[in-house]
Design a binder for this molecule. Structure first.
Ligand code: NAP
Length: 253
């Protein structure tokens, strides 16, 4: 008789909307149990959790600001207490400020984007490795970082600060992947291009995807589902020999 398989537990930061929400729904439909992290929109998070449960998954929502260390630690503790040992972290929570030239960026803006997009991602990766590394008694797992095409485009005159945080995330991916490769943890990044989500409203241009679609070789924006498919691949055993990879999902941009 074969051993019963343990539940696969995925924690998605920023799982209440956009790419994170699409990932939660696809994960639940593929047999994962899911923790949907969010920071403000409880209604959206509860709705995604209800849809995950309807697909047969165990699911929970946890409010936590990934930029706050005590929130991050509680997020991981609550996830494991309710769902069991973590097997995948999707480091997805990210923010964007209104378009600006670097010379006009306030220190408050710069600190906030670095805190959420860089320190948040580092702290979540740290908590995941503490639990998943075979060196620490864990059973291994995967980390998928949601970077951006901005890391190689640079986003001049728009948000060089945001682009730089995604450059940091790419380097985190490469370095951490090598650090834990022999500890049964794979670390990869997806680099979405123009994806139709709420995030563009934060940049002051809600219809940014439509406005810039002509710059994309495929002549269209992407969907959150198209990014989620790649995240699920990197989270799963289907990508068992892939680590330290930065994979563009950008229509050729
Ligand atoms: P979105 O639709 O704006 O959703 C952002 C999600 O992150 C929400 O669930 C939000 O929670 C959560 N969040 C924001 N700040 C948080 C914090 N401090 N702590 C915890 N959760 C937080 O964004 P998206 O477009 O799906 O983007 C997701 C990721 O993809 C980001 O890292 C973004 O940089 C990256 N990305 C997006 C695009 C694109 O074109 N959309 C392109 C490249 C990369 P609430 O619901 O509570 O606000």
């Amino acid at each position: 008789m074969s051993e019963p398989t343990l539940p696969q537990v995925m924690l998605i930061t920023g799982g209440s909307r956009g790419i994170g929400a699409a990932t939660a729904l696809k994960a639940a439909a593929s047999g994962w149990d899911v923790c949907v992290n969010y920071t403000a929109n409880t209604v959206a998070a509860d709705d995604i959790v209800a849809q995950c449960r309807a697909a047969g998954a165990s699911a929970m929502a946890v409010r936590a600001d990934v930029a706050v260390e005590s929130d991050v630690i509680e997020l991981f503790e609550e996830t494991e207490a309710e769902l069991g040992p973590l097997t995948c972290l999707v480091n997805n929570a990210g923010i964007l400020h209104p378009m600006s030239r670097v010379e006009d960026m306030s220190i408050e803006r710069l600190r906030e984007v670095m805190d959420v997009n860089v320190l948040g991602a580092f702290m979540c990766a740290r908590e995941a490795v503490r639990r998943m590394s075979t060196l620490n008694g864990g059973a291994g797992g995967t980390i998928v970082n949601v970077s951006s095409a901005a890391s190689y485009l640079g986003s001049p005159n728009e948000f060089v600060d945001y682009a730089a945080t995604k450059g940091a995330m790419d380097t985190l991916t490469i370095g951490l992947a090598k650090e834990v490769a022999n500890e049964s943890i794979r670390v990869n990044a997806v680099r979405p291009g123009l994806i139709d989500t709420d995030i563009h409203a934060s940049s002051g241009v809600p219809d940014r995807v439509d406005q810039l679609a002509h710059n994309v070789p495929m002549q269209r924006g992407g969907t959150a589902d198209e990014v989620a498919d790649l995240i699920l691949y990197l989270a799963s055993d289907a990508s068992s020999y892939v680590t330290g990879s930065l994979i563009n999902v950008s229509g050729g941009r």
